[in-house]
Ligand binder design. Structure first.
Ligand code: TTP
Ligand code: MG
Length: 436
């Protein structure tokens, strides 16, 4: 462990649900569940008001409805989540160049590379949380600071929601002693069961065991690393995007797209965004992949090695569009994404494009996604715009009608009105309101 290392872990509170409450004033302070539509759908997340009733991430939507029938059940709006995520990640990179995003709403920051004064850690963290709320128009995050990734993450969890905790190095052993073994990174259900079988339930139990005993039960690598972690010794570094394995972006649509030129336009925009991040990371990609998810949630990925290494927008976009050409999009596409990987430290632009097809085969993989966060057509929660009534969101739809609540982030709770779905004054999927 680097002595005096300071790692910050930040995680937004009830992220998807918090974005919905921010953008839908009538839902603030109320139970909100995102995801879980359809017979097999599962909950993506629930607002803290819904958690009181036992609703949790990954719970079947049917169970969530049983526990909290009066919650607002909404589909996901990924563009909105991504917009807020980008603002948060940007804010973190202003603190330190070493930011490792773990998901849309979670990241580690290496504070050794920041100019924060360790003597005023709490002030810095409070300033960060204030600025985050300002730039995201009101989201909250929980923050943990400690000498390692492991303890920093536990510290932010302990501070949830809307809090922070700073664990001094000499408090770390006590801080993690009573944690269940399952909280230790790398301990999944199988390892947990093995440990329970030999009477080890907490981190303190692990410390009382002998190294030999853990190695015998779990194997050398797992046993030794578990013993290290039990003593809060965690050397894992914060890996910024420079060291990332892939850099990617994707778009989910509110309506299925069948128009290839529309998809190409979106892919080019994604490629531009990915290229910018590849350039910021100072690396060059050898492989480009596209991901396409169809209306039935089947997903395929097509990847191709470029033969060279590039950070140029045009090269990434061209490869992505070529890969898309191999995909039949007629049944309707609800997500596309562009991903780059296999990075090199320097550029090797290919000069002759013609031999690519012959020399670089495409690899195709497919999977079926049964995520419950689906949003197509007039799904509950979708944003709409009406010529006369302005911005609103779908409250419910059926029998050729759609009920809209007219309100937005900056308004007070608004009225509900019903229209025919083909009302020409009604527009689905308007541009997002910009953040401050
Ligand atoms: P989390 O940070 O795990 O959860 P959260 O932000 O909703 O709540 P909190 O951190 O306050 O406990 O995940 C971030 C987002 O990722 C979450 O808002 C929705 C999405 N998600 C899923 O789609 N499926 C899942 O199973 C989980 C855990 C999260
Ligand atoms: Mg979160």
């Amino acid at each position: 462990m680097r002595s005096g290392a300071r790692i910050l872990h930040l995680d937004l509170d009830a992220f998807f649900a918090a974005v919905e409450q921010r953008d839908k004033p009538s839902l603030r302070g109320k139970p909100v569940v995102v995801g879980g539509a359809g017979p097999r759908g599962v909950v993506a997340t629930a607002s803290y008001e819904a958690r009181v009733f036992g609703v949790r991430s990954a719970m079947p939507g049917t169970e969530a409805r049983r526990r909290c029938p009066h919650a607002a059940f909404l589909g996901g709006r990924f563009a909105a989540y991504r917009q807020s995520s980008e603002v948060v990640m940007q804010l973190l990179t202003e603190i330190s160049p070493a930011v490792e995003p773990l998901s849309l709403d979670e990241a580690f920051v290496d504070l050794a590379l920041s100019d924060w004064d360790p003597a005023h850690m709490a002030d810095h963290v409070e300033e960060l949380r204030r600025e985050l709320a300002r730039r995201t128009a009101g989201l909250t995050a929980s923050v943990g600071v400690a000498s390692s990734k492991f303890v920093a993450k536990i510290a932010s969890e302990a501070a949830k929601p809307d809090g922070f905790s700073i664990v001094e190095e000499d408090e770390e052993l006590d801080f993690i002693a009573e944690l269940p073994v399952r909280s230790v990174p790398g301990v999944g259900p199988v390892t947990e069961a093995k440990l329970t079988a030999i009477g080890m339930r907490t981190v303190a139990d692990l410390r009382r065991a002998s190294r030999e005993e853990l190695v015998r039960e779990l194997g050398r690598a797992a046993g030794e690393s578990l013993m290290e972690l039990a003593f809060a010794r965690d050397n894992r570094r914060v890996q910024s995007e420079r060291e990332a394995k892939s850099i990617s972006t994707e778009d989910t649509f509110a309506v299925n797209i069948v128009d290839r030129s529309e998809l190409e336009r979106i892919l080019r925009r994604d490629a531009a965004q990915v290229a910018k991040r590849v350039q910021q990371a100072g690396v060059f990609a050898r492989t480009v992949a596209v991901k396409v998810r169809f209306a039935d949630f089947t997903t395929i990925s097509k990847a191709r090695s470029l033969g060279g290494a590039t950070d140029r927008e045009e090269s990434i976009a061209a490869a992505a569009v070529e890969l898309l050409a191999e995909v039949d999009v007629r049944e309707g596409v609800r997500l596309v994404g562009v991903s780059t990987s296999n990075f090199a430290a320097s550029a090797q632009e290919r000069l002759f494009d013609e031999d690519r097809q012959a020399s670089e085969p495409t690899t195709t993989t497919s999977e079926v996604d049964v995520s419950g966060v689906r949003g197509h057509g007039w799904f509950p929660g979708a944003e709409v715009f009406h010529r006369d009534h302005g911005r609103g969101w779908v409250w419910g739809a059926g029998l050729g009608r759609v009920t809209i609540r007219f309100e937005n982030r900056d308004s007070s709770p608004g009225p509900v009105r019903t229209f025919r779905v083909d009302d020409p004054a009604l527009m689905a999927n308007p541009e997002l309101l910009p953040l401050p």
